[in-house]
Ligand binder design. Sequence first.
Ligand code: GRF
Length: 197
Amino acid sequence: MTERVAILISGSGSNMVSLVQSMTGDHPARPVLVLANSETAGGLAKARALGVETAVVDHRRFAGDRAAFEDALHARLTKSGPDILCLAGFMRILTEGFTRCWDGRMLNIHPSLLPKYRGLNTHARAIEAGDGEAGCTVHEVTAALDDGPILGQARVPVRPGDTPDELAARVLVQEHALYPAVLRRFSAGDRTPVFLP
Ligand code: GRF
């Protein structure tokens, strides 16, 4: 059975592109929707160019009413009938009501070696702490921010004199390898974590 995947983005969507491009051939899943919370998300045009249906549910329309925003999100997602949701640079915090609906079916990629550095500015915090390595994590989404069972991690060295942008670029290369590898395994019903390299 082919798993149907919806990908949620807020920005440039480079992880979304790597996920979409991976779902071909004998991959157990296919992309059915790319959804953004803003019309300005650069990834929307990339998704259309890849032939994937897109949608926008603009959180600003709901003027701080998080539950109403999530109801609209849920309604639009349900229309495309996804089995799996992938958050890929989706910059809205989701409440427990929403995460419970998609429990065990929603993944996120976070640019740190969780449980270190939940939240924002992960690369600056890793450099500031003097860490010798950094990386990224794919995890199941639960109500707690950047928490939930870890499905995969990839590590990169932190080099002397690295700026947060330089480190972010090195981590992003690994994100593009890790997220597709995890999604393939997850779509096949296997939740054994993937560790790269
Ligand atoms: C990535 O670093 C991801 O880990 C973080 O947001 C960034 C999104 O980048 N959650 P992109 O939109 O996939 O290019």
